[in-house]
Design a protein. Sequence first.
Length: 319
Amino acid sequence: MTMLRFVLVKLGQAAITFVLAAVLIFLGIRALPGDPALMAAGEEATQEQIEAVRAELGLDQPLVVQFFGFLGDVFTLDLGDSYATGASVLSMLTTALPVTIWLTVYSVVIAVVIGVVLGLVAERYRGKWPESFANALALLGLSIPNFWFGILAIVVLAVTFGLFPASGYVEFSENPLRALYYLTLPAIVLGTGLAAVIARQTRASMIETMGTDYVRTARAKGLSRARVLLRYGLRNSLIVLVTIVGLQLGGLISGAVVTERIFALPGIGQMTLDAVFNRDYPVIQAVVLVVTVAYIVINLAVDVLYSVVNPRIRMEGMA
């Protein structure tokens, strides 16, 4: 019953966050410079035609009326039509969003594997050259901007050595292995920063865990350092790992814009850039709303995972 109450409280907090975020999204989009009615009508349209388009799009109504209409459409999944193309925004999202989701999930998997391995190596070989090498890689991953690393990866790995394609996308429904092959290089580029953060935090968590009394007791009973590291150190690093992935996952979704642009992936990044240039309110609102919902859902999932990994967190949250 306590777990159910904990989840209900978190759901209530998520609902309040969503409504507040919707208000900020609605007002923020309308603060952008430019006239969407003019963009929809065309540069050569007369003032009468522009006003007719503005009335058709509902932009002549008070902001309060527009907001509640927007909120009602969101809850009914009626996200409207694009001002620029006339296509359904929902259909545009269902086409572009899976690309971004696959890219983000793949990059997280790569980041977790690389980050945990580097963290384990750095702790296992403290004071030796493998630790220095792992720390140098983590620092490099934190320092290199994604856009520069993406261009460098294309030049070296795609163009020079031909190991990966420089651009393009294959649907998973057509050929899963080929789809992963096309996404590997973008996923590595996108996940590099996260891998570096995971490596440094995993190393710090491992060092702290290995200095505890129960670890020293386990070592005194004859367990090897490697076994203790995997059995106790890695398990106690789960909360740190969940925290990092939870905090960074939403950022990866929104940060995929640059990576998708570099590798010409048809995800929400490309769609967002086109919408910003065209002052396409419905598309921009939908994309920002999707990213916001992703943040809310991810944070909710992290809170629930916290309570599963460490029940004391659930009890403190209910106090």
